[in-house]
Write a protein that binds this ligand. Structure first.
Ligand SMILES: Nc1ncnc2c1ncn2[C@@H]1O[C@H](COP(=O)(O)OP(=O)(O)OP(=O)(O)O)[C@@H](O)[C@H]1O
Length: 452
């Protein structure tokens, strides 16, 4: 492809993306090479490369292919000699820069979501520790804990925090090579390298990044050779004091089919979890999203109490909450009505119904036995010692409070106990709740976890 053709592609892109996007993002791109179906574009920083890849990658590919149909992929490259303001202070040798430039191509493999920044992340009690740890890593100072291991249930903000770290690092230290990818992509790249006999390149690439982020690491559980390679990559980077950030849907020790040595390595740094959201956090997130929608739908009015209603009723995860709000605004703008409680209930009937799902006695029993670290069989079994009897009473109390089961029914599910035993247990916990701060705290925590 000639530079003239590339000039034409850029002009076509101007029409597609609009002139301000063009000036900010497309204009600075330079075509440096087309080989083996890959068009390499020079960008001033990997931050720009990431953003352009995410926002305009498909448009660029589309127009490139109209001029050169054999282009299958675009890759972004930060050229070694390009003068970048922040590089003036860099002590990196030219060779190191060249290697970096090569590595920057990889980052485009997992584009970062522009919306996932620290600014848009709402902090509350359930996520404050994870947020603080992520902020610390994003400062890019000396590595104090390695790895940072973030875990939590679906849709609680793990990916959001990882992208926020990557954005901040890239913005403040464009020379740093930050590589973010999912564990699935890690496996895919590993398998590809094996197939193409490019393991040396693979190893060099992964071992020469400054910050490695691997999302959803539970994915490699049970995939033996990928785990093996991951383990070596991990060790090599830790040895060089390079920061690693990992996320998973559960704690390292709880990921089944993950090699013990990997589990123990993952536990070596700081392990923090994102707790299920509470009401205040859900409300805070809704309020911040509404600010955004107000910009998009300036004419829409929202009645008082709608956000509180949603925060109260949709407890699942933030993704569901966000989806509900998006749907609500889209619907209201379509019908041109104020967003009232009635409209909310109509529009989100299915989401609200799904969130109403009743808790089961079994879920409560499981949660309580986890909380007190006793076996489920002991919780429902015959042993009467205090260490089992008290958690049992707590579980009975929660079943009475949080399900619609009758006392005889609850008794049956606790090893065939009589309803008077359940009643006694419930009363006991009611009394203790007022007099024993520990029990009150346990109940509060259990209730919040079960409601999430
Ligand atoms: N505290 C928060 N503030 C603002 N938005 C949030 C917060 N937590 C989660 N979100 C939003 O919720 C959605 C889901 O978050 P994210 O993708 O980070 O979840 P996850 O924990 O990685 O889930 P999964 O396990 O499914 O990968 C995203 O759109 C994210 O922006």
């Amino acid at each position: 492809m000639t530079q003239d053709q590339w000039g034409q592609v850029k002009q076509d892109l101007r029409k597609t993306v609009g002139s301000s996007n063009y000036t900010n993002w497309i204009e600075p791109l330079e075509l440096s090479d087309v080989a083996d179906g890959v068009a390499t574009l020079d960008v001033p920083t990997s931050f720009v490369g990431n953003y352009v890849s995410q926002k305009f990658g498909e448009h660029i590919l589309f127009h490139l292919r109209s001029a050169a149909p054999d282009v299958r992929r675009i890759s972004f490259n930060v050229p070694a000699k390009r003068p970048v303001a922040t590089r003036a202070t860099s002590t990196a040798a030219p060779r190191a820069d060249a290697v970096r430039a090569e590595r920057d191509n990889v980052i485009a493999a997992a584009p970062l979501e522009p919306k996932f920044t620290f600014d848009s992340f709402v902090v509350g009690k359930p996520n404050e520790l994870a947020h603080a740890a992520a902020k610390r890593v994003a400062e890019g100072g000396p590595v104090t804990f390695n790895p940072l291991f973030l875990y939590g249930g679906v849709g609680l903000g793990k990916t959001h925090l990882m992208h926020a770290i990557a954005w901040e690092l890239q913005q403040n230290q464009p020379n740093l090579n930050v590589l973010y990818l999912s564990a699935e992509q890690f496996m895919y790249r590993f398998v590809q390298a094996l197939r193409d006999r490019k393991m040396m390149d693979f190893k060099e690439l992964f071992r020469s990044v400054d910050v490695l982020m691997v999302d959803d690491v539970q994915f490699i559980a049970g995939k033996d050779s990928t785990q093996e390679e991951f383990f070596h990559t991990f060790n090599a980077l830790v040895d060089q004091n390079k920061q690693i950030i990992i996320s998973a849907d559960r704690a390292p020790g709880e990921i089944e089919k993950l090699e013990e040595r990997i589990k123990s390595r993952l536990q070596c740094g700081l392990v923090v979890d994102l707790h299920p959201t509470n009401y205040e956090l859900r409300l805070g997130i809704l309020q911040s999203k509404v600010e955004f929608y107000r910009g998009q739908y300036p004419d829409l009015v929202m009645a008082d109490g709608v956000l509180e209603f949603l925060a109260h009723r949709i407890r699942k995860n933030v993704r569901v909450l966000e989806g509900a709000l998006t749907r609500l605004f889209a619907f209201a703008s379509l019908v041109g009505h104020e967003i009232t409680l009635d409209l909310t209930q109509d529009c989100l009937a299915d989401v609200l119904r799904a969130s109403e799902r009743q808790l089961t006695v079994e879920e409560i029993q499981r949660q309580v036995s986890d909380h007190y670290n006793i076996r489920l069989s002991d919780l429902v079994g015959p042993k009467r010692t205090r260490i089992f009897a008290r958690p049992r009473q707590v579980a009975m109390y929660l079943c009475k409070q949080m399900t619609s089961r009758s006392l005889p029914d609850i008794g049956r599910r606790f090893g065939g106990r009589d309803h008077t035993t359940v009643m006694h247990g419930v009363r006991k916990i009611e009394e203790l709740r007022a007099s024993d701060a520990q029990i009150a705290e346990d109940l509060d925590l259990l209730r919040r976890t079960l409601e999430a």
